[in-house]
Write a protein that binds this ligand. Structure first.
Ligand SMILES: *[C@@H]1O[C@H](CO)[C@@H](O)[C@H](O)[C@H]1NC(C)=O
Ligand SMILES: *[C@@H]1O[C@H](CO)[C@@H](O)[C@H](O)[C@H]1NC(C)=O
Ligand SMILES: *[C@@H]1O[C@H](CO)[C@@H](O)[C@H](O)[C@H]1NC(C)=O
Ligand SMILES: *[C@@H]1O[C@H](CO)[C@@H](O)[C@H](O)[C@H]1NC(C)=O
Length: 488
């Protein structure tokens, strides 16, 4: 062996001793289908164009708390038992704290590889509320902790900073996305490059309601309107489940400017996320750790604005709601557009893979080489009810089984207890389809061939021949009970 070869080997082995740093950025309610990545130009350049852009990433559940639980644990909803955004549904509940919260990628990286860990921003919707232990509860596995109390806010919010409540007002410097970026920079600057690798999660509130942009980004997209997809503000879709069939479809004319406003305000909030990505990138570069750091960018769920004449929300099994962005840059990641289908449930194993650890998971690392292009992922959703009667003069106010009926939005409802469904989403060289069964009194089926019908105008659930439907049903019945590797 020549001397300089030996030298290179030694260098390599020294480099390998240093664990890789990981930065995971989770946007809130960021869609892919409505062009949610458009305002994130720097994010696309810094992460996507210098790494992998995943074109087919699906959520495990199209709602914040359940899918965040899937990201943290690598488990589908039926295995982590966080069914909705309430404590009773497992969201940051004491039971969650005593079980799955102790087995997130943070606790594993910390105990097995001595990572320094950092979390800032929205965690789980009920985090920090009194019945969930209040702000003193600091989830296991995190050294630096700055968890947002409750659901997304931009100003006038409280963070649990290392377990102590700290209130932020509505001065320019209190804008939550910027506060997260600033804390992240202090953490990066304090890192000891050689001794300990770090793991960071940054979870800004954007573009979730109440869609408040930073002052400097106000009205930056004043002329932008909600995307008019072919299924936008559609006439009645009689082949959809009953919640989507509720009138009025199309929406009254006066609703459309409200949807345009929400759409462009969401984009304006995202400009601060784009700033955050630049700030983090610069801090990593100055700290000289960029070449040893993976940056992952994704969202907890997608979003619809006017699709099938549903005003604005997530919770539906359509592409707008179940597809999310996923970008990853890092050592040895080739610049690429990746078509292989992946799921939010895969992020856990991806992070463990980077840290060279293997643990139980329902998903698998998206960085594995030579993976099959044929994959079926599971999407599970349990519909929410209203906790108290409303008095908004909507006809459905009396019905607690309905949720989010908004008189400003033609009294359309966002959810209902039997908007409960499971879907399998298959993606391969030949197939691109979804098959869903609702737990309503019809066991309603919706299925779409996305190769032929990208905007899901024609439900083929009852049109396909019964043998094919039986195969779908069998596969779905297996997936909803899957554990670990039999979910793959
Ligand atoms: C939070 O705790 C970590 C680890 O003990 C510490 O280094 C950091 O300075 C603390 N952050 C704040 C804002 O107190
Ligand atoms: C923050 O709270 C104060 C006091 O309640 C209120 O006056 C102000 O309008 C709030 N700011 C924002 C941006 O919501
Ligand atoms: C990463 O960059 C630093 C500083 O620029 C350098 O010392 C180190 O050798 C590089 N590491 C690798 C793995 O390229
Ligand atoms: C959340 O899920 C739990 C458990 O399934 C259920 O009891 C509760 O009613 C649900 N909450 C809402 C608001 O639907």
């Amino acid at each position: 062996m020549e001397l300089n070869t030996l030298f290179i080997l030694l260098i390599n082995s020294i480099v390998l001793v240093n664990g890789k740093n990981i930065v995971l950025i989770i946007a809130d309610d960021l869609d892919l289908v409505l062009d949610g990545m458009t305002p994130l130009q720097n994010t696309r350049n810094i992460i996507g164009n210098n790494g992998a852009t995943f074109l087919n990433c699906f959520v495990a559940s199209p709602l914040c708390c359940p899918n965040r639980a899937s990201i943290l644990t690598g488990r589908y909803q039926h295995n982590h038992q966080t069914f909705n955004n309430s404590l009773s549904g497992g969201c940051s509940s004491i039971k969650w704290q005593n079980t799955y919260e102790k087995h997130t990628f943070a606790t594993i990286l910390k105990t097995q590889k001595n990572y320094r860990t950092f979390y800032a921003g929205k965690y789980l919707n009920q985090y920090g509320t009194n019945l969930a232990g209040g702000p003193n509860h600091k989830p296991a596995g995190w050294d630096w902790w700055a968890g947002l109390i409750g659901n997304s806010k931009y100003y006038n919010y409280t963070l649990s900073v290392n377990g102590s409540a700290k209130f932020y007002g509505d001065k320019i410097k209190d804008y939550l996305t910027d506060v997260i970026a600033e804390m992240a920079v202090s953490f990066i600057r304090s890192s000891n490059n050689d001794a300990q690798p770090f793991l960071m999660v940054l979870a800004p509130p954007a573009p979730h309601a109440p869609f408040t942009p930073a002052v400097k980004h106000n009205d930056k997209f004043k002329k932008t309107k909600a995307k008019r997809t072919p299924n936008f503000n559609s006439s009645p879709q009689m082949d959809k489940h009953w919640l989507v069939r509720m009138s009025p479809s199309p929406l009254p004319h006066e609703i459309l400017p409200k949807l345009d406003f929400i759409f462009r305000r969401r984009w304006e909030t995202l400009l601060s996320v784009d700033d955050l990505v630049v700030t983090i990138y610069e801090a990593l570069r100055l700290q000289k750790v960029l070449n040893n750091t993976y940056i992952i960018f994704t969202s907890d769920n997608g979003y619809h604005i006017g699709q099938f004449s549903m005003p604005f929300d997530k919770r539906q099994p359509y592409e707008s709601d179940v597809r999310v962005p996923l970008l990853i840059r890092g050592p040895e990641i080739a610049v690429s557009q990746v078509r292989i289908p992946v799921s939010s449930v895969d992020l856990f194993d991806t992070i463990l893979h980077i840290a060279e650890i293997k643990e139980y998971s329902d998903g698998k690392s998206v960085l594995l080489k030579n993976v099959s292009h044929d994959r079926t992922v599971l999407i599970e959703y349990k519909g929410e009810k209203s906790l108290n009667h409303h008095n908004t003069t909507c006809a459905d106010d009396f019905d607690l089984n309905l949720y989010g009926c908004d008189k400003n939005m033609a009294c359309k409802c966002e959810d209902s207890t039997n908007n409960t469904y499971s879907c399998i989403r298959r993606f391969s060289n030949n197939y691109n389809n979804i098959f869903c069964i609702f737990k309503d009194d019809q066991d309603y089926i919706e299925a779409y061939d996305l190769n032929k019908d990208q905007y899901q105008m024609i439900n083929i659930g009852y049109k396909m021949n019964h043998r094919r439907r039986r195969r779908f049903r069998k596969r779905l019945n297996r997936m909803v009970k899957c554990i670990g590797s039999d979910c793959l």
